[in-house]
Design a protein around this ligand. Structure first.
Ligand code: ATP
Length: 284
């Protein structure tokens, strides 16, 4: 494949590093999201290794809950990643549009996230930037996790430092261990899962404040409170995920791993085997 095989129909988004467009494969009519990166800029800013890592991680993932990398190609100016197109955009927009999600939706998407993390962690990959902006929704409203630019692969010991020194994006999902020891671990994604379940049910992140400094203070001191009207099983689950000690988080290996997490009462009634084939509950 090459750029001429695709017809671009819409700009999906752009930032200083990349442009993402919706495009159609001319021969099959299939739609894709193509991420386009400027080669010269990547080399100049030393970001090539990060992009290569992202490409490497995504190409290893063969699971319905992750964005798929279908093709990569380049011309003298640009790199192109042809990704599966998640037609319904970011989970965040649905939370913001409804100010929170109905309980059944939050339960369903929390369960899909659990299965996605179980798969990722079996490969010993840590996402490290899980948040509702990076959880896309397909045309049939199942999740597709994206943005592996800050993911950590097994035996990748150098990237912790990079992650903390080039910290970008919202601070609200950062686990306490990254702030105190400058290291993340496989359970760091479980902390983010706790933040996302809280956000789906309340419309807000558990640790928010006017400045990053105060957000970080709240995170390290685990200063959060669930709204009183929040489902009590959800409150219990969030409390067991938002634990400062990574080894004390429900879902961590020492606490029975994902089997234990999946058997929490909040997930009662979830069909773990056939979840990706179910029709997701309506957002409202
Ligand atoms: P980053 O946090 O890495 O800067 P971003 O939030 O700017 O990422 P990009 O990955 O650059 O997001 O994507 C830009 C826009 O395109 C976002 O709005 C994103 O939701 C959308 N997008 C990215 N990949 C896809 C995809 N596979 N399907 C549908 N939309 C996508």
């Amino acid at each position: 494949k090459c750029p001429d095989d695709f017809m671009v129909s819409k700009l999906l988004g752009e930032d200083e590093d990349s442009t993402v467009v919706l495009a159609q494969d001319i021969s099959t009519g299939k739609q894709y999201a193509i991420k386009i990166l400027d080669q010269e800029k990547l080399a100049h800013e030393d970001k090539l290794s990060q992009v290569q890592k992202e490409q490497h991680v995504i190409s290893r993932l063969k699971h319905p809950f992750f964005v798929k990398l279908h093709y990569t190609f380049e011309d003298e100016k640009r790199l192109y990643f042809v990704l599966s197109y998640a037609k319904n955009g970011e989970l965040l927009s649905y939370i913001e549009a409804n100010t929170s999600l109905p309980l059944e939706c939050a339960r369903f998407y929390a369960a899909e996230l659990v299965l996605a993390l179980e798969y990722l962690h079996r490969l010993r990959i840590i996402h490290r930037d899980l948040k509702p902006e990076n959880i896309l929704l397909t045309d049939d409203m199942h999740i597709q996790i994206t943005d592996f630019g800050t993911a950590k692969l097994p035996n990748d010991h150098r990237s912790d430092l990079k992650r903390t020194t080039s910290f970008v994006g919202t601070a609200e999902y950062v686990p306490p261990e990254l702030l105190t020891t400058k290291r993340s671990c496989i359970s760091s994604d479980l902390w983010a899962l706790g933040c996302i379940i809280y956000q789906m049910l309340s419309g807000k992140t558990p640790f928010h404040d006017d400045s990053e400094y105060y957000v970080f203070q709240k995170i390290v001191s685990r200063d959060f409170r669930c709204p009183v009207n929040m489902d009590t099983d959800a409150q219990d689950l969030i409390g067991k995920l938002l634990v400062v000690d990574p080894d004390g988080r429900l879902g961590s290996a020492g606490l029975g791993g994902f089997d234990k997490l999946k058997s929490h009462p909040f997930f009662r009634g979830i069909n773990w085997q056939g979840l990706h084939l179910e029709t997701p509950p309506m957002m409202g």
